[in-house]
Design a protein around this ligand. Structure first.
Ligand code: SRM
Ligand code: SF4
Length: 510
C-alpha cells in the first residue's frame, strides 16, 4: 500500500466523507435535493453534508429536519424572529424552536422541499445557518447584555460578528474552514461575570488589562465529549481587541492543518495541545499569525458571580431597561415567537437577545413602557420572576428529537422541577442541567446538579436513568463538576433530588 493510501485508510469515517466531497459543496445542490426529496438523496449528503448548511436530518423524525441557525452574541431582531416564526408556523404541531446552550436557535419540523425558499427568506433579513454543524466553528457566544450593561468592560458584539464573518465568508460559506478535524467553539467575553462559560470553549477571550489598556487573556482547548471533558487552559497570551480576528484565524489554521484526524474521539483541539505541549502550540500559532504574542496579563477581570439576567435591570443608557424572561427549557412555539417580536417592537427597539441558559432578553424598554410590558400575557408563560428551580433549569434536546439520546430530557426536567417546587421552598435558585447522553450538550458539568442520561438496570430490566454530577461552578473561578453517582433510575430520582436539595441547597419543606 502507498503511504498516501495508507494515510487515507487511517482516516476516520467522517474524514473519508469530507475527503470524498467537501461539506459545503451541497450548497449548490440544495434546489436539486428539494426536488428529488430526502428519500432519494445520497445518504452521506443527507445525514452529514447538509449539516454544513445547518440542515440536520433527524432519524427520530425522518423527513422533518432541524435547522440550526447562527446567532452571534445571541442577538436577533424582531423582524428575524418573525420570519423564523412564519417558518415554524407552516409546520403546525411539528414546528417549534429551541433556544440552545450556545445562545442560538434551532427550528423543528422543516421539510426539505421548503429549504431553498427558507434560505431566501433568511437571507433577506440577514440570517444564516451556514457551517453551524459538524466539523465547523459553532455559534460564537458573547455577553447577552453586551452594549447594555453599565459594568461591561468592552462591547464584544462587533468582534463576535467579525470572527463569524471571517470564518463563514460573511455568511456565504468559507471553504477555508469547512474541513476542520472536529467541531470548534469560540467565546468572547467583555463582561465581569463570565456569562459565556469561557472555560468550556476551544478558544475563549476573557477581559484583562495591561497598564490600563484593555485586552483579553486567551484560553484554549476547553471541551466536553463522551470520553473526556476538560476546562480550557491559558495560552499565556494577551491580545488587544484588534488582534482577536487574526488570532482566531491563526489558531484555526494550525488546528485545521495539524489536528488529529484518525480517531474522532481524539480530534478536538485539546488533543493536539496535549500532543505538542502548550509551548509548541503557542509557537506554531505565533508563526502562523506572523506576530509575537504578548504574555498574558497577571489577572483577568472576571470578578463576579454569574448573572442569569432574568428580571428587570437598568441599562447603561439612561431611562432604559433590559427585561430577562425565563423560557422554560428554551422551548418556543410559533405564537410565542410572533408575540416576542411584537413585544420587542412595541416596548423595545425591535431587538431580542438569547442566553446560554436558554432564556431571552428584551432590551431598550423605556421606564415609561416598563409597567405595561410587565402586564403582557406572554410574561405569565415566560416569567421575569420564575420559581427558583425553573429559573435555572437547562436541558438539551433529548430523545424527542435526538437519536443519541438515552433518555427523554426537556419534558421530564420540567415536570420534575414543578413537582419539587410544589414541595420545597428555596432562598436562591439551584442550577439543574439535564443532558440526554454523555455528549454533554446540556453541560451537566457546569451545574450545581447535573443529570446525564444513561441506561441502568432496575429489577432485572433496563430502564432510563441518570448519572449525577455535582460541583460545577460558574462565573469567577469557574470549575467543572464531576460525576458523583452513577445509574440512578429516573423513576427513583425525585426522592434523591429532594434530599439533595434539602441537605445541600437550603431547600425547606413547604
Ligand atoms: Fe451538542 C452533537 C444538540 C451544544 C457537545 N449536539 C449534537 C447533535 C448535533 C447530535 C445530533 O446530530 O443529533 C445534537 C442535535 C440534537 C437536536 O436535534 O437538537 C446536539 N448541542 C446541541 C444543542 C441544541 C443542545 C441544546 O439543547 O441546547 C446545543 C446546540 C448549540 C448550538 O447552537 O450550536 C449543543 N453540544 C453542545 C455543547 C455545549 C456548548 O457548546 O457549550 C457541547 C459540549 C461542549 C463542546 O462541544 O465541547 C456539545 N454535541 C456535543 C457533542 C460532543 C462533542 C465531542 O467533541 O465529542 C456531540 C457529538 C459529536 O459532535 O460527535 C454533539
Ligand atoms: Fe442529543 Fe446527547 Fe446532545 Fe442531548 S447531549 S442533544 S441527547 S447528543
Amino acid at each position: 500500500m502507498t503511504s498516501a493510501a495508507e494515510a487515507k485508510t487511517k482516516l476516520n469515517k467522517f474524514e473519508k466523507i469530507k475527503a470524498a466531497k467537501d461539506g459545503l459543496a451541497v450548497k449548490t445542490e440544495i434546489e436539486e435535493f428539494a426536488q428529488i426529496g430526502w428519500e432519494a438523496m445520497d445518504t452521506d449528503d443527507r445525514d452529514h453534508r447538509l449539516k454544513w448548511l445547518g440542515v440536520f436530518f433527524r432519524p427520530v423524525t425522518p423527513g422533518k429536519f432541524m435547522l440550526r441557525l447562527r446567532m452571534p452574541s445571541g442577538v436577533i431582531t424582531s423582524e428575524q424572529m418573525r420570519v423564523l416564526a412564519e417558518i415554524v408556523q407552516r409546520y403546525g404541531d411539528d414546528g417549534n424552536a429551541d433556544i440552545t446552550t450556545r445562545q442560538n436557535l434551532q427550528l423543528r419540523g422543516i421539510r426539505l422541499e421548503d429549504v431553498p425558499d427558507i434560505f431566501n427568506r433568511m437571507q433577506q433579513v440577514g440570517l444564516t445557518s451556514v457551517q453551524s454543524g459538524m466539523d465547523n466553528v459553532r455559534n460564537i457566544t458573547g455577553s447577552p447584555v453586551a452594549g447594555l450593561d453599565a459594568d461591561e468592560l468592552y462591547d464584544t458584539r462587533q468582534l463576535v460578528q467579525q470572527v463569524q464573518d471571517m470564518i463563514t465568508g460573511n455568511g456565504e460559506g468559507n471553504p477555508e474552514f469547512t474541513n476542520l478535524p472536529r467541531k470548534f467553539n469560540i467565546a468572547i467575553a467583555g463582561c465581569r461575570d463570565n456569562s459565556v462559560h469561557a472555560e468550556i470553549n476551544d478558544i475563549a477571550f476573557v477581559p484583562a488589562f495591561k497598564d490600563e489598556t484593555f485586552g483579553f487573556n486567551v484560553l484554549v482547548g476547553g471541551f466536553f465529549s463522551a470520553k473526556r471533558c476538560d476546562a480550557a487552559i491559558p495560552l499565556n497570551a494577551w491580545v488587544k481587541p484588534n488582534q482577536v480576528v487574526s488570532l482566531c484565524r491563526a489558531i484555526l489554521e494550525v488546528f485545521r492543518d495539524n489536528g488529529l484526524r484518525e480517531n474522532r474521539q481524539k480530534s478536538r483541539l485539546m488533543w493536539l495541545i496535549d500532543e505538542w505541549g502548550i509551548d509548541k502550540f503557542r509557537r506554531e500559532v505565533e508563526t502562523q499569525m506572523g506576530e509575537t504574542l504578548e504574555a498574558e496579563a497577571e489577572k483577568d477581570e472576571i470578578l463576579w458571580d454569574k448573572r442569569d439576567h432574568i428580571g428587570v435591570y437598568t441599562q447603561k443608557q439612561a431611562g432604559f431597561n433590559y427585561v430577562g424572561l425565563n423560557v422554560p427549557v428554551g422551548r418556543l412555539y410559533a405564537n410565542d415567537m410572533f408575540e416576542l417580536a411584537r413585544l420587542a417592537e412595541v416596548y423595545g427597539q425591535g431587538e431580542l437577545r438569547l442566553t446560554v441558559e436558554q432564556n431571552l432578553i428584551i432590551p431598550y424598554v423605556s421606564d415609561s413602557r416598563l409597567e405595561a410590558l410587565l402586564t403582557e400575557p406572554l410574561l405569565e408563560k415566560f416569567s421575569i420572576n420564575p420559581a427558583p428551580l425553573t429559573r435555572a433549569l437547562v436541558s438539551c434536546t433529548g430523545a424527542q428529537f435526538c437519536n443519541f439520546a438515552l433518555i427523554e430530557t426537556k419534558n421530564r426536567a420540567l415536570a420534575l422541577v414543578k413537582e419539587l417546587e410544589a414541595e420545597l421552598t428555596f432562598t436562591k435558585p439551584v442550577r439543574i442541567h439535564w443532558t440526554g447522553c454523555p455528549n454533554s450538550c446540556g453541560q451537566p458539568q457546569v451545574a450545581d446538579i447535573g443529570l446525564m442520561g444513561t441506561k441502568t438496570r432496575k429489577d432485572g430490566k433496563m430502564v432510563e436513568g441518570v448519572d449525577l454530577f455535582m460541583g460545577g461552578k460558574v462565573g469567577k473561578e469557574a470549575e467543572l463538576g464531576t460525576c458523583v453517582k452513577k445509574g440512578i433510575a429516573c423513576e427513583d430520582l425525585k426522592p434523591l433530588l429532594r434530599d439533595l436539595l434539602v441537605d445541600k441547597f437550603g431547600g425547606t419543606a413547604k
